[in-house]
Structure formats: structure tokens, C-alpha cells
Design a protein around this ligand. Sequence first.
Ligand code: HEC
Ligand code: HEC
Length: 199
Amino acid sequence: MSLRLMTLALFVWTLAAVSSAQAGDVDAGRRKAEPCAACHGADGNATIVGMPSLAGQPAWFTHWALIKFRDGRRKDPVMSPFAARLSDVDMADLSAYYAAQPPRRRPQAVDAAKAAAGKELASLHHCTSCHRPDLSGQNQVPRLAGQDLEYLLKLLRAYKAQTAGDLEGLMTQAAQPLSAADIENLAHFMAISPASPAP
Ligand code: HEC
Ligand code: HEC
């Protein structure tokens, strides 16, 4: 791993250690998630193509994503208005609820040859050192395993183009060496991976 990446990876753990994330209430989160179900699925496993699943995401990742949508660091015309209305307590409760839901791999057509090439790239580019070897995510690093293919492609292309507002630019940095073909192969690998829950 390059020195720069090691520094970044270390930063993630340090940030995780110092963040005193407020523990959310899962039952309150279930009620508050009702308006989210139309897009993200009742249990956080979305079925609409291009829509991210939230089930099994580390709570800190979801909480950070919601903060970024609320303060405009991350923008999406469909999603941003929903985050604008949430309080910090709402975000903690929603994050705890989704973290507690078992993730399921999306039923989607995935190219096995591309996925095999993507598996090699994921270790070559150290994706697995932050996202974990089974891509289940941890702390502020999201679960990727079994996520929607179109969504994965969209986000990776945005990180490469430096238009995705990510926390401290870690992912933007990680995406810079990737070619368009690498992105395609990596997305197929992530999409085909079994969606085991985060530890
Ligand atoms: C009308 C559809 C819709 C509704 C309702 C909705 N969202 Fe979203 N949400 C989206 C879309 C589209 C994205 C992807 C945005 C992007 O591409 O950056 C998204 C992204 C997210 C993400 C980031 C996921 C990731 O893996 O990066 C989180 C977290 C999230 N939504 C939480 C919520 C919560 C909590 C609610 C309810 C309060 C909610 N959403 C309601 C459409 C919706
Ligand atoms: C230094 C740690 C680190 C490395 C290395 C890394 N990532 Fe990430 N990744 C993150 C973090 C942190 C986020 C969340 C960014 C945010 O939204 O603030 C993320 C987000 C993502 C997302 C968006 C998922 C979602 O639901 O929003 C994808 C896709 C992704 N990474 C794929 C990869 C791939 C492929 C690689 C290897 C080329 C990689 N990552 C390497 C830390 C890393």
C-alpha cells in the first residue's frame, strides 16, 4: 500500500475512535424509516434499479451520509429533500435501524468474467483494506457487497470524476488510478459478492 493510502487508512481508524456517535434507537428508527421505504425498501433492501440498499450498512456510514445530504456536501435532487428534514436524533435512529437489518444481495444480472477481473483489482487497489475482505464495510466505510450494480457504477464514476462529495476525499483519492474498464469490473465484483452483515 502506498504511504499516502496508509495515512488515509489510518485516518479512518483514528476518526472512528474519536467519533462519539450517538447510539440510535432501532424501534424509533423503524417508525422514522416509513417515508424512506418507497425507495429504499421497508427493510432497507431496495428493489428499484439504481437505488441503493441501506440494510446492513455500518451505522456511522449512514449517519455521515445523511449529514452530508443535509448540509449540501452531497447532493441528489431526489434524496436531498428527505435529509433536509431530519434532526441529529432522527439520523442516529435511522442509522441504527438500517444497520440492524440483514442485507440481501440484489437479484441482478452480473457478468462473471468482469467480476473475476474485479476481484483481482479490489486487492491490487486495496479496496478490501478499507471495505474489508468480504466488502461488508466498517465504521464510516460502507458495505459494498451485493449493492445495486447501477448505483455502484454511478458512484465510482463520480469519485473518479471528483464530483462525489465524500468524507475527507478518501474515496476520490482511491478512485483516481482506475480506468473506465477497471470501474466496470470492480462494480460487477461488488454486485456479485454475498451480502454478509457487517460485524
Ligand atoms: C424518493 C426516493 C427516496 C426516498 C423517499 C429516500 N431516498 Fe435515500 N436515496 C435516494 C437516492 C436516489 C439515493 C442515491 C443518491 C446518490 O446517487 O447520491 C439515496 C441515497 C441515500 C443514502 C446514501 C446511501 C449510500 O449507500 O450511499 C442514504 C443513507 C439514504 N438515501 C437514506 C435515506 C433515508 C434515511 C430516507 C428517509 C428519511 C431516504 N433515504 C428516503 C432516494 C430516496
Ligand atoms: C482509504 C480507505 C478506502 C479505500 C482504499 C477505498 N475506499 Fe471506497 N469508500 C471509503 C469511504 C470512507 C467511503 C464513504 C465515502 C463517503 O460517502 O463519505 C467509500 C465509499 C465507496 C463507495 C460508495 C458506496 C456507497 O454506498 O455510497 C464505493 C462504490 C466504493 N467506496 C468502492 C471502492 C473501491 C472499488 C475501492 C478500490 C478501488 C475503494 N472503494 C477503496 C473508503 C475507502
